[in-house]
Each structure stands twice: as C-alpha cells, then as structure tokens.
Design a protein around this ligand. Structure first.
Ligand SMILES: [Zn+2]
Ligand SMILES: [Zn+2]
Ligand SMILES: [Zn+2]
Length: 364
C-alpha cells in the first residue's frame, strides 16, 4: 500500500477539515457542539471530532474513548496511524455522514477497508469490500487477497480467489505473487488448493452437461422410435404396415429420426445381428431395451421386441442393474423435461459416471 501525498495535507498539517468536502464541513461546523477529541494521523495532522459521534458508530472507538486517560489534559487524542492521513480523514468523514464517493473509494478503498475492519464499522466495510472487488486487477489481486484475509471479508476473498484461478498464468508473473510466495507459503498453498478445486469443479460441471446432453439425445431417440414404429416417418413405417407415405415431411427431430431409421433398416437386414458381432445392431438392441424399460403401454406398443424385453428383464437380474435403472430414470426425466420444456432444474449429481452402454452413437 503506497502512501499518497496530498498537497493540501502537506501544506496544513495541523488543521483538519481541509480534506473534508465543503458541504460536509458546513453541516459539521454549524450543527454540532465544540469538538472534544482529536484524531492524530501519521503525518501529524489533527482532526477534531466528537466523542459522542465516534462512539455511536464504532464500538472500538467507544472503548478507546471510555478508557480512563492518565493525563488530565482537557482534550483527548486518538492516534490512527499506519494509513495515509487522507484515508483517516475520509474515515472520520464517513463516521459522521455515512457517505463515501466512488472517487474516494477508488483512491482509498483498501485503506478504508482496513480501517472499517479494525474499528468495526460494518456498513463501511461492506461498501469498501464491494468497491475494492470491482477494482480487482491481475496486479493487485494478491495484495487484496491478503487484505481480505486479514480483514475477514469472505466475499472479497472468494472474488480474489476466482480472479486468481482464472488468470493464474498472468498473476504468477506479478511482483505481488513473488513477494507472497517468499513470505507466505501457507497462503500460496491455500491458493493452489483453491485453483485445484476450481478445476475439478469445472470438470464435474462439464461431465454433468455431457450427461444431460446424452439423456436428452436418448429421450429424443425414444420419441422418434415410438413415432416411427407407430405412424412411420420419412422412410421407415410401422413394422406390420411397411414404409409409410402418409407423412408429408420429416418430423422436427430430423437428424435423430433419420439416424434411427437408418439403424432400424440396418437392424432388419444385418446378417451379423444374431451372432452379436455387429456393433450397430447391438446399439439398436440397447435402444429397444431402453424403450421397453420406459414404455408403459407394453400391451398395445408397436415398437419391436418391447414385450419380449420386458419379460426378459423381469426374468434376469443383471449385474449393471443399478446403473441401467439410473440411466432409465434419467432418460425418462429428460423426456418429461423436454415435453414440458421447463428449464432444467439443478439436481444432485449421481456420484458414479453413467455409462451410455454404447447406445449413444445411433446417429450414423
Ligand atoms: Zn421422425
Ligand atoms: Zn448389424
Ligand atoms: Zn413399448
């Protein structure tokens, strides 16, 4: 934190008020009794103030004011050192007015944050955390992070961490980072751990999104399978009626539907289907099985093998039962979602990865 030299303060080191905005000064001098305390800043500036006001806003200052002092001098002096005196002036100004301009925050936000933390002024602390957070840069993020930690400002801390992990390569080159690395290895560790977690969070989200896409695709395929086998689509019709010419054009799920129709055609003609050597036929078999798992009208259903699969599944207990039923559940819910076209709700992700059982690539 660099000390800024204000010409006004340098010229008048003993007189306060110069730094305060004129309208503030006006009301401050006109409506209040005589000041009964002086705030001493690091360059010797004394700011007259009122104990009643300081004590009412800051419990820490109240404590200091209430402390019995040794000297029986008529006036109390409270030193606020270690920050630029302009920042102290602004701090006192805030205690009176509860106001701080954007310009002032821009210049002294960091110092005011520290002061608001030390003197327990939550309203100012909140304002400063926000203001400093808005002005984060690759250059200052390490310093601000340390401040956020010292000042116990969780929002600002998280904001810094996010910026750090999103711009790590650039931050690594800054002076702030190098200095921190040498002086605070624990913080370095904390940052690296956060970045690591952020990475795996991203990976989880990506995986979740991919899974959702798979479920949607499968749910679409299920819809197409039903209408192809019931009403027919562009080239394939219900199995007992042959290709349908009734439909004028392709359905609205054209790419899924077309792929599926090609797959159905292949399935009916493939010579390797029975001996299990054909991967396309296996895929078709999985889609038919998935349909059967979801279908609730098995008796009247026109999708091939629907009833056979139902019966087979009732007889067999498969090893991958849980994952399969999870897949079925997910596809069924994706289907409900798409039919209602509601926004996807955020749900708990299952811990294990759901395998698509090789049925994903039906669009071929
Ligand atoms: Zn179709
Ligand atoms: Zn085949
Ligand atoms: Zn069915």
């Amino acid at each position: 934190m660099e000390e800024t030299h204000n010409t006004a303060t340098a010229a008048t080191p003993t007189i306060s008020g110069e730094l305060m905005s004129s309208d503030f000064q006006f009301s401050y001098q006109n409506s209040l009794p005589k000041p009964d305390v002086q705030i001493l800043t690091s360059n010797g500036l004394r700011i007259p103030a009122h104990t009643g006001i300081l004590a009412s806003v800051s419990p820490v200052l109240e404590n200091i004011i209430d402390r019995p002092h040794k000297h029986h001098s008529s006036e109390k002096i409270i030193p606020i050192l270690g920050v630029p005196c302009d920042a102290v002036s602004l701090f006192i100004q805030f205690l009176y007015s509860s106001r701080c301009s954007e310009e002032e925050l821009e210049k002294y936000g960091i110092h005011l944050l520290a002061l608001s933390h030390v003197y327990l002024v939550p309203q100012l602390k909140h304002t400063c955390s926000k203001a400093v957070g808005h002005r984060l840069t690759v250059e200052n993020v390490v310093d601000v992070l340390q401040l956020a930690r010292l000042c116990d400002s969780p929002d600002l801390y998280v904001k810094c961490m996010k910026m750090l992990s999103d711009n790590f390569k650039a931050v690594e080159k800054t002076e702030g980072w190098k200095f921190m690395q040498e002086n605070d290895p624990f913080l370095e560790l904390e940052i690296l751990r956060f970045i690591d977690e952020a990475e795996s969070r991203k990976k989880r989200t990506r995986r979740h999104r991919e899974e959702q896409r798979l479920f949607m695709e499968l749910s679409e395929a299920m819809e197409c399978l039903e209408h192809i086998c019931t009403e027919g689509c562009t080239t394939v019709g219900p199995c007992d009626l042959g290709p349908s010419n009734k439909r004028r054009g392709p359905c609205n799920k054209f790419s899924t539907c077309e792929g599926l129709q090609l797959l159905i055609k292949h399935f009916t003609m493939c010579k390797n289907r029975v001996n299990g050597k054909c991967s396309r036929c296996k895929r078709m078999g999985q889609l038919l099985r998935l349909h059967s798992s979801i279908c609730d009208q098995t008796d009247s259903c026109r999708v091939p093998l629907c009833r056979q699969f139902k019966l087979k599944m009732q007889r067999e207990r498969r090893g991958d039962e849980t994952l399969w039923s999870l897949l079925v559940k997910k596809v069924a819910s994706a289907r409900v979602m798409s039919s209602l076209s509601l926004p996807k709700r955020k749900r708990e992700e299952p811990r294990e990865t759901i395998h698509d059982h090789g049925i994903r690539n039906f669009r071929k």
